[in-house]
Design a protein around this ligand. Structure first.
Ligand code: XLS
Ligand code: NI
Ligand code: NI
Length: 437
């Protein structure tokens, strides 16, 4: 079989932090144990098929810039087979355990719906064989419900019931494919589930339909015995101006209102959180405190740009803050850290794919090591615990227990007078945090 990455003759190795070899891991040591679990099990890294194998480097101002040898077959199905071979060669040489795909990344859209389904089925068989050969697993599958012109006005939220039906049929096959490949999760990112203008939109009906769609998906998964976790990936804008799955809080409230909360968790993407005006760790924390942090799309945006730049993560402080939340909740369960990230248009060397993922993996590996140290040393957790200690005794414990009244609280104030102002010590704590990096 043709080799697609001949420059990389052997899997990327862990060489330690003093290594000057840019094609080695300096922190990610897959089998190293951290608090009773290997790094690989903590981090569950995954490669995004769409960016790394289907991405061309094209943007709105210009054509693709990446020349890839798996893309020259002429025939779409042969090209998909070559792409799959290249992808699994890459996963193996990089040393990741997981990958994620959209149905239309893995297999080409056909001339009819039936042909698209046959293409997908054909590629699922091939992918299953690759998974068996390499031991690499599917973190999640999803359906592309945003690329084709039929979805210009949305999929499940389309004003046309015919399009709703089409999307349902497509998702039915995408869930079946995910099940066939042992996918541990299935993601719904509401590609064009949103709107541009209220002048032509019945928002209530669109949101009701989105909930109906999710209920149908839950029923279908049950009927075929798919036990993977359903995840919704919030995003506030782009492609539509108002996306219905704005952020973690919005999605949680949507799930609660439509009686869907038991069936879903969230897939939090760093650059989506920042587009919503939050920090990455804010949205992780909102999801986690609701018991709903299921998986993570690990990337980063650019502070100066207001769109989803999908850059590879390289901010250590951000990775530490993310890993603190993940460790606090005892890991991601069936989820993982999926690099939903793409090379810059000008990063045209094939080997840049390795540099990008190595950087992301090392950033999170280092983030994991530091976060575990911070937890072990307990500095911040002790501080936070003390900061709220007044709620654990006296009048505070009555507030906590819901066992008081405005009258009693007023009596407390009359007896105790003005509360003392207590420092939040933010600068001191930020200095301590920095000292761990
Ligand atoms: C787009 C999303 C998308 C999802 C999968 O912004 O991040 O890539 O992760 O459909
Ligand atoms: Ni994503
Ligand atoms: Ni995104």
């Amino acid at each position: 079989m043709a080799e697609f990455f001949p420059e990389i003759s052997q899997p990327i190795q862990f060489e330690g932090k003093d290594s000057r070899n840019p094609l080695s891991f300096r922190y990610y040591d897959a089998n190293a144990m951290i608090n009773g679990k290997t790094m690989a099990d903590h981090l569950r890294f995954s490669v995004a098929y769409w960016h790394s194998f289907k991405g061309t480097g094209a943007d709105t101002f210009g054509d693709g810039t990446f020349s890839r040898s798996w893309r020259n077959a002429g025939n779409p199905l042969t090209e998909s087979e070559q792409t799959l071979d290249a992808a699994f060669e890459f996963f193996s040489k990089l040393g990741v355990g997981y990958y994620c795909f959209h149905d239309r990344d893995l297999a080409p859209e056909g001339a009819s719906f039936a042909e698209s389904c046959r293409n997908l089925e054909h590629m699922v068989k091939k992918a299953a064989a690759k998974q068996r050969e390499t031991g690499i697993k599917l973190l999640w599958g999803t359906a592309n419900l945003f690329g084709h012109p039929r979805y210009a006005h949305g999929a499940a939220t389309n004003p046309d019931a015919h399009v709703f039906a089409y999307a349902a049929a497509q998702v039915r096959h995408a869930i079946a494919a995910t099940r066939e490949l042992g996918g541990e999760n299935y993601v719904f990112w509401g590609g064009r589930e949103g709107y541009e203008s209220l002048i032509n939109t019945d928002m209530k009906r669109e949101q009701d339909n989105l909930a109906r769609f999710f209920h149908l998906a839950v029923d279908y998964a049950k009927s075929i015995g798919f036990t993977g976790q359903f995840l919704i990936e919030p995003k506030p804008m782009e492609p539509t101006k108002h996306q219905y799955d704005f952020d973690a809080a919005t999605v949680l409230s949507f799930l609660r209102s439509y009686d869907l909360l038991d069936h879903f968790k969230l897939n939090i993407e760093a650059n989506h959180a920042t587009l919503a005006g939050h920090s990455f760790d804010h949205d992780l924390a909102i999801a986690s405190q609701a018991g709903k942090l299921g998986s993570v799309d690990a990337n980063r945006g650019d502070l100066l740009l207001g769109w989803d730049t999908d850059q590879f993560p390289n901010d250590l402080g951000e990775a530490v803050r993310a890993m603190l939340i993940i460790l606090h909740q005892g890991g991601l369960g069936s989820g993982g850290l999926n690099f939903d990230a793409r090379l810059r248009r000008g990063s045209t060397d094939l080997v840049d794919l390795f540099h990008a993922h190595i950087g992301g993996m090392d950033t999170f590996a280092r983030g994991l090591i530091i976060a575990q140290k911070i937890i072990d040393e307990g500095v911040f957790s002790d501080f936070v615990k003390n900061r709220y200690a007044s709620y654990d005794s006296g009048i505070g414990s009555k507030i906590t227990a819901g066992d008081t009244s405005f009258e009693e609280l007023e009596r407390f104030v009359l007896q105790n007078g003005e509360p003392a102002l207590i420092s939040g010590k933010q600068e001191m704590l930020e200095n301590i945090f920095r000292s761990y990096l």
